[in-house]
Design a protein around this ligand. Structure first.
Ligand code: ASP
Length: 330
């Protein structure tokens, strides 16, 4: 407004008006720069959904060596993709109801560049394929057979992602399932990760095998920019875990970043994100949703519907697992 006024005044001419307006404009500029500087994080920081100390330690190791937030989040979540004991991400992930492990992932950087893969099979590091989509193609998202073809062209090795443990559990589920996809508050541990590097730049990544025993072809929120993940380097980032359909309906991560832009803290923004879902979902008690967020100042927050969700944080202040506050009390 001030700037527009300044331009108008200077257009009307008059050295005195121009002179004082120039001073005012310079002062305004200084204030803007000053408050932006005040918002920059003190040092590198990484947060991730769930208690994933190996993943956040890997990311922090990269940040400490002055690596980029983009490298940190990619390599951080790769730890979970390769971990067969994590049955919601990458290799060892629970299959769909037909026994196929299908992966969804996305990544977003400081310049709002982003890439995603959905319904990717037989490739462990879906997040790295998503990064290649971002860097090597003019597209944002590749799906199914096309995503796999692209991964093969990029040299990613192929392997069977269904471990014996996940296969046995799936066979057990089939005995009583009536072939219905499972919707419950357990079994969510999609890894969403957000990092700020030494330059103060933000990036995020999100990777999952999706809801256990989902219908064939089902894709959730995790690979959808704005739903499962969103980053705006001027403001902050947010990411989600839990029942993806609800996060998609409310464009959860974008909403949280926009709420932070309007002045809410990461904690307040995550709480509002969950409340929006609850407002539209009568049987919200049957589902779990967890959001985490970080702002440019390195402040963090997390919130969920049911108790039990936590987030890992690694910064100069240490390596912490923080149980998130929940809408429903413990
Ligand atoms: N958000 C994931 C999805 O809906 C599931 C999860 O977090 O476990 O695919």
């Amino acid at each position: 407004m001030e700037r527009r006024k300044f331009l108008k005044n200077s257009g009307l001419g008059g050295a005195a008006i121009l002179g004082s307006s120039l001073v005012a404009a310079c002062q305004e500029k200084e204030t803007e720069v000053g408050s932006l500087a005040a918002k920059v994080a003190e040092g590198p920081i990484v947060i991730a959904t769930w208690d994933v100390p190996n993943a956040t330690a890997k990311a922090y190791e990269i940040l400490e060596r002055n690596g980029t937030a983009l490298d940190a989040v990619e390599q951080g979540v790769m730890v979970e993709e390769a971990d067969v004991t994590n049955q919601s991400v990458g290799k060892g992930g629970r299959p769909d109801r037909d026994g196929h492990v299908t992966l969804d992932a996305c990544i977003m950087d400081k310049d709002s560049r982003c890439g995603a893969v959905v319904y990717l099979q037989n490739i462990v590091h879906a997040v790295s394929v998503a990064r290649k989509v971002m860097e090597e193609t003019p597209h944002v998202m590749l799906a199914g057979a096309g995503a796999k073809q692209f991964a093969q062209e990029m040299g990613f090795p192929e392997e069977d992602l269904l471990t014996e443990k996940s296969r046995e559990e799936w066979l057990e589920w089939k005995k009583t399932s009536q072939y219905k996809p499972v919707i419950n508050i357990e079994n969510h541990d999609t890894i969403g990760m957000l990092a700020i590097d030494a330059n103060g730049d933000i990036a995020g990544a999100c990777t999952t095998s999706g809801m256990a025993y989902k219908m064939a072809g089902r894709v959730g929120d995790s690979p959808i920019i704005g739903a499962g993940l969103f980053v705006d380097n001027e403001v902050g980032g947010a990411t989600a875990t839990g029942m993806g359909e609800e996060v998609v309906r409310t464009v959860g991560s974008f909403l949280i970043v926009e709420l932070m832009r309007q002045g809410k803290s990461p904690q307040e923004a995550c709480e509002e994100g969950v409340r929006r879902i609850i407002a539209k979902k009568k049987n919200y008690k049957d589902i779990q949703i967890g959001f985490i967020a970080i702002n440019k100042a390195g402040e963090t927050g997390g919130y969920c519907i049911h108790p039990g969700f936590s987030y890992r944080q690694y910064s100069g202040k240490g390596h912490l697992n923080t149980p998130a506050k929940s809408y429903i009390d413990a």
